[in-house]
Design a protein around this ligand. Structure first.
Ligand SMILES: [Zn+2]
Length: 85
């Protein structure tokens, strides 16, 4: 397999989108190609960092709930004005 094909498989692999057949092909290539092996390690690291960032910046559910409550109470229909004859 050519390295550029391996790169394609790598990016799918870090997203967990490889079939077992493709995974096998990639593993074989990585065994004999140290360049791609390094590349793959980097790709996995980058992916991991991104995922950690997403987790870190995700608001806790309790905060989401209180924001929802606030916006709901702020959107209450105004009570009807008193009737004037
Ligand atoms: Zn390669």
């Amino acid at each position: 397999m050519k390295c550029n094909k391996a790169r394609e498989l790598m990016s799918a692999a870090v997203d967990g989108e490889l079939t077992s057949r493709e995974n096998q092909t990639l593993t074989l290539h990585l065994k004999e190609c140290s360049l791609c092996r390094e590349e793959f390690e980097e790709a996995k690291k980058t992916k991991q960092i991104i995922q950690e960032k997403i987790v870190r910046f995700k608001a806790p559910q309790s905060l989401v709930n209180s924001i929802m409550e606030l916006s709901l109470s702020g959107c209450k229909e105004p009570s009807d004005p008193p009737m004037i004859d």
